[in-house]
Structure formats: C-alpha cells, structure tokens
Design a protein around this ligand. Sequence first.
Ligand SMILES: Cc1ncc(COP(=O)(O)O)c(C=O)c1O
Length: 363
Amino acid sequence: MIRLIKPYITFDEVKNEFQDVFESGWFTKGKYVEDFRNTIKSYTGAKNAFLTTSATTALTMSLKILNIKKDDEVIISDFSFPATANVVEDLEAIPIFCDVSLETFNMNPNDLEKKITSKTKAVIFVDALGNPTGINEIKSICKKYNLPLIEDAACAIGSSENNLKCGNIADLTCFSFHPRKLLTTGEGGAITTNNEKYADLLDIKLNHGAIVNDGKFDFIDYGYNYRMSELQAIMGIKQLTKLDDIVKSRNSIRNLFTQKLIKIGFQEQKINKDTIYNVQSLVFKVPSNINRDDLIYHLKLNNIESTIGTYSLSATSYYKNKYNDIQENSYYLENNTITLPCYENLDTKKVCDFISRYIENVR
Ligand SMILES: Cc1ncc(COP(=O)(O)O)c(C=O)c1O
C-alpha cells in the first residue's frame, strides 16, 4: 500500500535521549520540554512558546485567555477540521463560518469583513492544509477592527508568508503535532505569541492557575494540565531541526505532481509568491467531470491511499442542524478535492500514471 504520509522520525534518532529520561526518572517539566519550547521560539521567531497536548487544547486555551464566553461571536475559516469550530462551541460562544477562496482554500477577506459585528470577539484563520496564503491581509483587517487574530496553524509548522514563519504572524498561533502532521510527537501541540500579556495568562492557565511566589504556589486562577511530556518533546526537537529540508523535499514532490496533473485537468491549491507552503497535505481540485469519491475508491483498489481535502464545517451534520449556514465555496471544496500521498522516495510516476489512465477511461 502506498500510504498517505510517513513519519519523519525513527526510534534510533531518539533512543539516547529516551534512555536519559528513563534513567533520570524525570518524565515531565524537564530540560527537554524547555529545550523544545526554545527551539520553537528560535525556529518561528516568536517571543513565547507553550507546549500542549494537541492543537485542540492549544486553541481552547487561546480562546480562554481572550476571555471568549457565552454568545460571543468568533469568525472562523469554514474549510478546516471540525476542531476549529468545536473549541468555539465548547465555550458556548457562536462560530461564524467564513467562506474561503476557491483558489487558495483560505479565508475570504471580503466575507470576513461582511461578517464582523459588535458581537465579534476574535477571528480564527486556518492555514488550510498547511498553506498560510492571505494571512497578512486577514491580519490587517483584524487590526482595523481591533480584533485578536488566532492562527489555526495545526497543519502549518514550517510554513511562512512575507518571510515570517507561522507562529510569528498572528496574535496567537496554535500548532498540532498529531501523526498526520509534518512534525509529530504522537499527540501534541503548541501555542506561540509575541504578546507578553497573553503569554503571562497562558503560563498561569496551563499550570493549574498557579504562579510561584517566594518558592510557593499561589493558585490565583482556575487552570488546566495540558502539558507535553519529556519523551514527546525529544521527538519534537529532533524533527524541528530538519524541518526546512523536509519542506523543501515536499515542495519538489508537489511540483512533480502538479506538472503532470494540471495537464489532465486537476487544479492545484494556489499559494502567494511570498508564501512558503509546507505541503502538509498535497491537495488538488479534481477535473469537473470526475467523481472524487470514485477516484479515491479506485486508488484504494490499486493500493494507493488518498482522502478528501478537508471539511466544510458549516456542512457537517452538527453545525448544519444547529446554524443552517452552509458556505458555498468551502462546501464545493469538501466535495471536489483529493489529498494524495507526498513524501520522499514515493513512486510519483506510479500514482500519476494510474490517475491518468483512470481519467482517460472515465472520459
Ligand atoms: C486545521 C486543524 N485544526 C485543528 C486540528 C486539531 O488538531 P489536534 O488533533 O492536534 O487537536 C486539526 C487536526 O487535524 C486541524 O487540521
């Protein structure tokens, strides 16, 4: 089976440090967690970094320190994984679905401006499939309306726009280190921010609401434990140091696929010329006469794994039933995009040849 993704980490790379942790018995809040936080700061250029158990908990903590509460409106990109909406819903706030561009798959700035009201308290921009194209334009709109911008960069570690890495653009950026991502710690996530007030609040919230006074804990707020362990942090450090090379290699594979597939009617996800896209997912719009689900099915029969692009959140059963506000472009993309395998030493010829033959037969 040609798998969709392979991890960029082996046991050999981590075994010495894992041994160190087992021998010391120091499994949490130790030097590797500190080291991973510092590596994320220097890699992204962000002033502060916090590690979490997932992007979902990172997003929840970000909304909490922004004091998002019942009936507040949070505008979110509609083409995403449901976690982007769920974290808003969980706080009894209202997710306002913003449609996306059919070219970049990212938040449409005109639709965003139309949806801002006096109840809007924050905006969540999603780097769809890892592509941050357009985030700087959204940032300017948020500035104009004095709204905090959260970047759901669950898929976007290693991406950048205008020479700024994801993590150093929005007010708060949330990453995922789930195994489908370029950098994995099994499960895990991170939040970065350049805002010192947000950093102080996150420090407290992520540590059970505690500050340390004269060596003693003082619980000045209620809080959480969404901490990453030392073993996970070791995995993260190892991958972050080679991430830029991984991004380059994925872009060459993307170019190979793009050259071949656009000739037979596929359309690529557009990126700005000043954007670096980490190609977390290699996604194409399928030709208009092709049934995307049939293509996925036939690829599977031929031992090639593929999947849909991602979801239109407003069209998922829960959000459709509750808000009945399906976003047109995003819905189109959910039904007409395909994610193909993308990693080093992949037999791209085999995948492209199969797709070409399939398209010819259908036509
Ligand atoms: C855009 C987006 N946001 C949030 C998440 C949730 O990430 P996690 O599994 O780390 O909570 C995902 C997961 O795929 C995602 O793609």
